[in-house]
Design a binder for this molecule. Sequence first.
Ligand code: TUI
Length: 309
Amino acid sequence: MKTEITELLGIRYPIIQGGMAWVAEHHLAAAVSEAGGLGLIGAASAPGEWVREQIRKVREQTSRPFGVNIMLMSPYAGDVAKIVAEEKVPVVTTGAGSPEKYMSMWKEAKVKVIPVVASVALARRMERCGADAVVAEGMESGGHIGESTTMTLVPQVADAVTVPVIAAGGMADGRGIAAALMLGAQGVQLGTCFIVTKESQVHENYKKCILKARDIDTRVTGRTTGHPVRAIRNQMTKEYLRREQEGASFEELEQLTLGGLRKAVVEGDVVYGSVMSGQIAGLVKEECSCKELLEKLMRETEKRLSGER
Ligand code: TUI
């Protein structure tokens, strides 16, 4: 399938794998890129040299385009931004802020820049400062989220900018992808369904948690602190929401989630850890390889787009 995104990025399918913290490492990113999507390394809060190593490992496994996602709240965001330019990574995506100050450095290195936005205002600002595309991410997504849903955000962003829009949040099959294309997107970014792939290195407990989740099993913590985060409900989200309602301080709440994602992804503590996931987890029912997943998604999408049910 050809879209403005497949042409811009030089990939076979208009599907990007989200830059999920702790989850999106070189095995997953390389598998997605090798299978025809765009794999991303999630830099999250990792130091620059860890990211450089991951970039080199992806390059050992595939010659296809891939990217790095920079979480702009990270203390290492500036270091990672520089390494992305030095290593001439084909694509950079950013989250949790505005990447304006790095833009000229990336442009000079011919890195394609795709900021993740949760509002029309930021999408417009990103286009003005030279973004090649934007990811419009709805609050159905896992992890750090904005206020708008994918259904409302994508068409409004698509009307507001001329660069291609990639939809994110709430999709895990061909119906969702076809719907996003109908809303004006030229591609999609998926996260939750890649967590359970064979190539994903996350702890087995984390995968099981996603596979058995139902439609109503995610919760959003941190709405009062200004850092809303969506994860599968467990003892941690229960306690967090109770303390949040009692008016606990930012510092107290922070203590509850500190290192929680690592605890869930690496140690498999899905009771007290942070099992970040999108609302679509209820639709994710089987573990398969990235290649199988991408092929199934595209088959389903083409079928829906041709009007078949
Ligand atoms: O960034 C994400 N998702 C994430 S980051 C993350 S790591 C983390 N771990 C623990 C606590 C908090 C974060 C986990 N998931 N998605 C992209 C995204 N960006 N969603 C929302 C935004 C966003 C929000 C506000 C982007 C820009 C913004 O305002 C920028 C500005 O300056 O106006």
